[in-house]
Design a protein around this ligand. Sequence first.
Ligand SMILES: [Zn+2]
Length: 254
Amino acid sequence: MLRFFTTLSCLLALAGPALAGEAYQFPEDQDESNFIANEVIATFYHELGHGLIDVMKIPVLGKEEDAADTLSVILMNDVWEEQAATEILTSDATAYALAAADPNATPDESALADVHSLDIQRYYAVVCLFYGANPDVRKQLAIDLELPAEKLDSCPGEYQQAADAWSAVLQGTEPGPDKKGLVMGPGQEGVPLADVLADEVKAMNEKFGLPEEITVIVADCGEANAFYSPSDKTITMCNEYAQDLQRRWEAQPK
Ligand SMILES: [Zn+2]
C-alpha cells in the first residue's frame, strides 16, 4: 500500500521535555521540519542501498554512491503516494542544492576525487530519475526544479534501466518466515529522529526480507554524516547530520 504523508506534529508531540538536550529536536517551523525529516528519509534509503549491496552481495558496476542514490529515488517513487513522494524528492534535491551553494564547500580537488558525485550532479541525477519514473505527471516539477530541457527525453529510459537493474538484483528479497529484516537499535523510542526512521524500518520490512539483520541507530558521530557500516551491519544517522541540514536551511537567503 502506498503511504501518505505523516505530519511531524505527532512526532513532535512524542518528544517529551525529558529528552531536551539529549536528542536532536526538530525545529518548530513546519516547512523546515518537513525538509529535515524528508531528507533524513531520502538519506536512509540511500544508506539502505549500501546495506542491501552488502548483505545481498550485489555486484556494483560504477560508483556505489550513485547506485545508492538511485535506489533512494526508486524507493521514494515506489513506497509513497504522489504528493508525499514529490515532497521527499524536492527536499532531497533542495539538500543537494543547498550543499552545492554552501560557500564553505566549493568543489575542490578532494570533491572531484570523492566517492560521491558532486552535489550539483546528484541534484540533477535524482530530479531526472524521479521525473523519469512518472513523466506524464512530473513534467512541471522537472521544469520547476530546472532540469535542462534537453535532458527530459532521456530520463524515462534512465529510470527504467535503473529500476530494472535494482529489481533484478533484489530478486529473492521478498519478506518471509526464514528472512531477517531491519531493526531499530534499542532504547530509541521517543527520540524524534529515531521515530522517523522507525516508520521507514517498518515500511521496508514489508518490502524486503534479508539474509542478515541490519540495525538502524541515531547517534552523535562528531561529524555531519549518515553511513552504513558493513562490519556491524548498521545504518547510523548522525544527530549532526540533521543539525547540518537545519543550519543550511536557515542560512538560505530570505
Ligand atoms: Zn553513500
